[in-house]
Structure formats: C-alpha cells, structure tokens
Ligand binder design. Structure first.
Ligand SMILES: *[C@@H]1O[C@H](CO)[C@@H](O)[C@H](O)[C@H]1NC(C)=O
Ligand SMILES: *[C@@H]1O[C@H](CO)[C@@H](O)[C@H](O)[C@H]1NC(C)=O
Ligand SMILES: *[C@@H]1O[C@H](CO)[C@@H](O)[C@H](O)[C@H]1NC(C)=O
Ligand SMILES: *[C@@H]1O[C@H](CO)[C@@H](O)[C@H](O)[C@H]1NC(C)=O
Ligand SMILES: *[C@@H]1O[C@H](CO)[C@@H](O)[C@H](O)[C@H]1NC(C)=O
Ligand SMILES: *[C@@H]1O[C@H](CO)[C@@H](O)[C@H](O)[C@H]1NC(C)=O
Ligand SMILES: *[C@@H]1O[C@H](CO)[C@@H](O)[C@H](O)[C@H]1NC(C)=O
Length: 505
C-alpha cells in the first residue's frame, strides 16, 4: 500500500478508537448576564457549592514509582469526588477517579499546580503510568515547568444506567451526556443535577482540592487542560473556581452553543457523524426549542463570560469531526481578558500528530503567565470580495515565524474540512477523506501581514494565519487568527423545530 493510504487508515483507526471523546449540545443564551451575576447562582454553581461528605482520597502505595528520567516521583491516588443523584435513580452514585500525581524533584513554583482531565472506564486497577502515552505528556509538562501536575481519569464516570431509561441500558461518555440532556429537557427540568456536565465539573474542582491536600498546601493556583468534553469541563471549572489562573481547552470551541450549532447544521446540511449520540437521543431536535435555552444557560461556557477573564489558550483542529473551523466567529469577539486561539492544520479531533507541539506550546503559555511574559496584541480583519479573500493581522510584537494555511472543501455540497466522513448517511460507518491544509505564506507591510486566497468558483476555502512568538526561558507559543471561510455562503438554510433532527453526514 502507498504510505499515504496507510497513514489515512491509521488515522481512521485511531480516530475510531478514541471517537468516544466529546460531546455537544445546543443553546441559546438570552439571560447569560443575569445568570452569572453575583448572588444569583446558576444551577452549576449551586451544585459545585453543595456540601457532600463523600469526598475523600486514598494513596495506592503499590503504584508509587519514579519517572522514566528519574527526575520526578509518581503517586497514584484513588479519589472519590462526590455522590451524584440517588441510588433510586441511577445504578452508580459514587464518582471516583484515579489521579496520577507528578512531583518533580525540582519545583520552581511552589504555589502553582496543573491538572489534565481525561476519561476512562471505571476499573479495578489504574493504568500503569509508565506505559501511558497521555500521562507522559503531562509528566513532561510538569518537569519542564517545575510544578506539581496531576492527571485525573474517569471523568465522566461510567457506565451508568438510569432506572427509568426505556432502553434499560448502561451508558457512558457522550451517550450518557446526551441521555441526561434529553432526560432534563423531557420532563425533568426540576432535576438539573442530572445533567452530566455538572458532576464532571465538580470532580475537577475536587481534583484541585486533592492536589493541594496531597502535594502542598501552598498550591492555590492551577492551570487546567482537557480535551473535548473534558475541554468543556475545563471551561466551566474556570467559570466556577477562581483558583484557576489559565486554561487550555482542547478541541472544544462550541461556545454560544445555539447559534454555533445552527451554523453547524447550515454548514454541513446536517450533523457530523461524530455527533451521533446527540442525534440518536434527539438532542438535535431541540436546537430551536425553549428547553434548550434552559439547558444551555447552565452548560454553555458563554453563559459565564464575565467569569472567564483569565488567560485562555484555545486549541482547535482544522479538520475536527465534531466542530467546525469557524466556530470561533460565534464567541471570540465577546471574550474578556487574554484569549488566544491556536488552530492546528492537518489534524482531527484527537489532534493526532500534534502532541509535541501541544506540550511545547503549553510550556510557552504557562511560562508567559508565571514569568510575567508578554502576550502579543493581535487584531485581524477577514474579508472576501471581488473574487479575493484576505486576512490581515497586525501584531505589536514581531513574530519569529509566520505563515498561512489553506484547505479546500472536497465537496461542493458542504462547508466540510474533515478528514473522516460518513460513508453512509445516518450511520457511523466512516471513511477517510483527503483534506489538506497547504502552507501559502503571507505578505508583509510594516507590522501587518496578509494572507490572500482566490475565492473558489465552487466549494469553499478555509484559511488562517499562524504566528510563533517567543516566550520566557527559551520556550515559545504558536497562535493563529480565526479562520476565514470563503465564499461566506451556506449549503443549507437554518432548520426549525423537529426538522433540526437532520441527517448524520
Ligand atoms: C436570577 O437569574 C434568573 C435567570 O436568569 C432571573 O430570572 C432572576 O430574575 C434572577 N434573580 C435575581 C435575584 O437576580
Ligand atoms: C478505588 O475506589 C473505588 C471506589 O471506592 C473502588 O471500587 C476501586 O476498587 C478502588 N480501586 C483500587 C485500586 O483500590
Ligand atoms: C426520538 O424521537 C423519535 C420521534 O419522536 C422517537 O420515535 C424516538 O424514540 C426518540 N428517540 C429517543 C432515543 O428518545
Ligand atoms: C510577576 O508579577 C507578579 C505580580 O506583579 C509578581 O508577584 C511576581 O513576582 C512576578 N513574577 C516574576 C517571575 O517576575
Ligand atoms: C516556520 O514555519 C514553517 C511553516 O510551518 C516551518 O516549516 C518552519 O520550520 C518554521 N520555522 C521555525 C523556525 O519554527
Ligand atoms: C496596518 O493595519 C492597521 C489596522 O489594522 C492600519 O491602521 C495600518 O495603517 C496598517 N499599516 C500598514 C503599514 O499598512
Ligand atoms: C436520517 O434520519 C433522519 C431522522 O430519522 C431522517 O429525517 C433523515 O431523512 C435521514 N436521512 C437520510 C439521508 O436517510
């Protein structure tokens, strides 16, 4: 086989294996201002603050070990974060998590910790950290910065069955999240705690408590990072807990959910197959329903904008199978405080092939915050007209590298830049699709850099500018503009009511 074929097949297999990743919802936030006003706690905030005596953790001494390069010690804890709902409603109420804590021999910042949130099935034994590739990335971050870091697993817990589930089924991950959305919207509006995102966020808060209690009482500031539904929990944890001083949500940029998902539908003439659980549970039907407003007021990070002034490094994928490259158009301008976007070209929802960059740039981001480094002030303009699309970005700091990336859609019928698509509509029978972002360079006038793309006669082009900036201690950060998709037309109209169910593509 040609190596490119092997590569796409590998990509597909890995993506399938991990496609359990994220989640999605839908929203319209009309009341976000009141919602997050002091003294008027959202259901999320109430749930976080609710007393729960079941929190505890235990060290599993048999797993204590030294890191591979002998510069840090690894401890594995078994942490119970909370009791969720009651045993009359669900089969599993006690949420617990394996936490792997990395304590570097040389700690540079004694008052700062970091937390990487991820998933897993509940199981009798934790994974061996030395053989866990995800863990190695976190360990590398911990020792390069010189802070205590931890990885939290089993967020969300699962599998779990609701006794009233007509399908009488144990569910986990997106299937469980989508089930709880439907449960809330269809007849259980009085039970917001059932929305799975709430216990997910609370378990992150408890994971921070655990790091402080176990490693060092001085640790009162945290960086939090997580991917996909854990990216969602990352956003919301920052909104409810002011110990968080910086976040790096990965592949989770559907803020302002209702218009963002309406845009997904119009762009794709349906829903990406990756959203199958939300589609299956009819959550997509609710796109324009008032029940969705109530749900998304609670779970949309956009409802908490005034609590999200901290530095944010939002990492997305140019070929994500859950989200579209231009989701940021629905929230970026409204963000308060330092907000940086990093679109990775030529990768998908699991950011395959970009792990070294992820860690390098996380180091740069954290160094800038901890060393009072300077983040660039960027402004950009996206235009399209007379057959030419442009992005012009102005930077107050000279980038050490700058270029632009462009991809074309492989079809004229969708604004679709994915690399894994449905082979058969309404199924998750998928196939690889060649979508390539090519380096197109930029032109420069003074401190302004411009990427120029001809508006395609059919289909769409997506492009953005990527800039590298120096960060303290020899590190660096890479940030991008938002993407420009030209022409700015859509293959479908907005959907309404039940027709928003749509087709999986
Ligand atoms: C709290 O927020 C809700 C929902 O936005 C609003 O209806 C209510 O009036 C607010 N209450 C107070 C006391 O501000
Ligand atoms: C961790 O705690 C949970 C809940 O108490 C328990 O079911 C599990 O067996 C524990 N794991 C280990 C390795 O002790
Ligand atoms: C989704 O809606 C359809 C049509 O109303 C219904 O037949 C189906 O049972 C619903 N599915 C779920 C999982 O609730
Ligand atoms: C960064 O600024 C803060 C607040 O002004 C200060 O407390 C801290 O010592 C500074 N850190 C460094 C490394 O300069
Ligand atoms: C600058 O960016 C280009 C395009 O991504 C890359 O090929 C090159 O290695 C980068 N140079 C540096 C110094 O990072
Ligand atoms: C650079 O762009 C800014 C607006 O973003 C504009 O005011 C300025 O005139 C431009 N400078 C040059 C040299 O083109
Ligand atoms: C996919 O399923 C939905 C809901 O059942 C239906 O409305 C739609 O027509 C189906 N699409 C195709 C192409 O079969």
């Amino acid at each position: 086989m040609k190596s490119s074929t092997i590569l796409t097949i590998c990509l597909l297999l890995v993506a399938l294996a991990l496609s359990a990743l994220l989640g999605v919802v839908i929203h319209r936030s009309t009341q976000q201002d009141e919602e997050s006003t002091e003294g008027n706690l959202s259901e999320l905030e109430k749930y976080i603050q609710k007393q729960d005596s079941s929190y505890s953790y235990r060290i599993l001494p048999e797993y204590t070990t030294r890191g591979r390069d002998d510069s840090y010690t690894i401890f594995v804890l078994n942490m119970t974060s909370q009791t969720w709902l009651s045993s009359t409603k669900v089969t599993h109420t006690k949420w617990w998590h394996y936490m792997t804590v990395i304590i570097p021999d040389e700690i540079t910042y004694t008052d700062v910790g970091c937390l990487y949130v991820t998933g897993d099935y509940n199981s009798d034994a934790p994974r061996n950290p030395l053989q866990d590739p995800e863990f190695r990335l976190v360990a590398s971050l911990s020792s390069r910065i010189g802070i205590v870091c931890a990885m939290q697993r089993q967020n969300p817990n699962g599998p779990i069955k609701f006794f009233e589930d007509p399908e009488n089924k144990y569910r986990r991950s997106d299937d469980l999240i989508a089930y709880t959305f439907k449960y809330f919207m269809e007849g259980h509006r009085d039970d917001p705690e059932a929305i799975l995102v709430l216990p997910m966020v609370k378990s992150v808060v408890r994971a921070m408590d655990t790091i402080t209690d176990f490693a060092d009482q001085r640790i009162q500031k945290f960086f939090v990072c997580g991917a996909s539904k854990r990216g969602w929990a990352t956003w919301l944890t920052a909104a409810v807990d002011d110990r968080v001083i910086g976040i790096m949500p990965l592949v989770m940029d559907f803020l302002n959910m209702q218009p963002n998902f309406a845009h997904h539908y119009r762009s794709m003439n349906g829903w990406s197959w990756a959203l199958k659980d939300y589609w299956y549970h009819n959550v997509t039907n609710y796109l324009t329903d008032p029940a969705n407003v109530i749900l998304t007021d609670i779970v949309d990070p956009f409802s908490y904008l005034d609590k999200l002034k901290l530095p944010k490094f939002i990492v997305t994928a140019g070929s994500d199978e859950f989200f579209l490259p231009d989701d940021s158009h629905y929230f970026y301008d409204k963000m308060m405080g330092p907000t940086y976007l990093r679109v990775h070209p030529n990768t998908d929802h699991i950011l395959i092939g970009r792990y070294r960059e992820l860690v390098d740039e996380a180091v740069g981001f954290i160094n800038i915050i901890l060393e009072n480094g300077t983040l660039p002030k960027l402004t950009w303009r996206r235009t399209d007209g007379s057959g030419i699309g442009r992005i012009t970005v102005h930077s107050d700091i000279e980038p050490i590298n700058i270029t632009a990336w462009k991809a074309n859609t492989f079809t004229d019928s969708r604004r679709d830049f994915r690399v894994i698509v449905a082979r058969t509509p309404n199924t998750t029978d998928v196939k690889p699709q060649v979508t390539v972002y090519r380096d197109i360079g930029v032109s420069r006038v003074g401190a302004n850099y411009t990427a120029t793309v001809e508006t395609p006669k059919s289909g769409w082009s997506c492009f953005f500018i990527e800039m590298t900036f120096p960060a303290p201690k020899g590190s660096h950060i890479v940030v991008t503009t938002e993407v420009n998709i030209i022409p700015d037309t859509f293959p479908a109209e907005n959907c309404n009511g039940a027709e928003c169910k749509g087709t999986l593509v």
